[in-house]
Design a protein around this ligand. Sequence first.
Ligand SMILES: C[S@@+](CC[C@H](N)C(=O)[O-])C[C@H]1O[C@@H](n2cnc3c(N)ncnc32)[C@H](O)[C@@H]1O
Length: 249
Amino acid sequence: MGRCVKFLFSTFAITIAILAIGIGYLKVDDVFREQFFARFLNMLSNPNDVAMMDLRCNQLLKHSNVKGHILEIGSGTGINLPCLHNNTNIESYTGIEPNVHTHPYFYKLVEQYDDISYNIRLSNDSAADMKEIPSDSIDTVIMTFVLCSIPDPIPDKVLREVHRILKPGGKFLFFEHTLAHPEKNPLIYQFQRTIEPVWEIIGNGCRFKPITNYFDAMKSLYSKVEYKSIVLPLPMFFVKDGVRGQLIK
Ligand SMILES: C[S@@+](CC[C@H](N)C(=O)[O-])C[C@H]1O[C@@H](n2cnc3c(N)ncnc32)[C@H](O)[C@@H]1O
């Protein structure tokens, strides 16, 4: 019995030590963290996840909603492509993705579709400064699970930059996960706050934030700002609070 407890304790201690070293390494080595995150994101992005793909394809990125020259912020490994590949309303697609380690996964997914009728391009610029994109040139901007990864105060710049590149009347469609409400959901809120230091390292900068504040701040710039709270169909119980909506220029 004593030996068994000792063995279990040593195994536990070694596992914790390995995890701590791994997380420490991720924190200090930017390239390693971005490579790790690209792989991790690819693992999490499952085109066969029915509930999540329903949110992406049927609720946010319906063909009738996504048209013309489109631009995706934080295109990642291309998990929104299953919603876009056969959309004949699209004239061109530009993905803005600074983590270049995600690009090979994205292009691999593109190769799986033989019905893409428009030009696809990826840029590794930040969405806060899309210098290659002319003003008033984009019909639809899309963004899913991105603002959590962009440190303050840059999200404000991103939303202003999106306004610059959109054509008048153009749409900015998004969903994001948010910080749980501290009074309505105190346990989840506390849990998010507790794990945030580690979550931020594993998620390449992702933090739990009151995301709707960024959209509220755009009410004087965009002609329409609308969003609603949603429950995200994600397996992790602490990433269920979400928001889906649109800004119209
Ligand atoms: C959590 S991932 C989401 C990927 C994908 N959109 C999805 O729905 O799964 C966030 C992505 O935003 C990207 N990102 C971070 N900062 C960015 C910025 N300043 N401009 C554009 N994309 C950014 C990250 O590299 C990452 O690929």
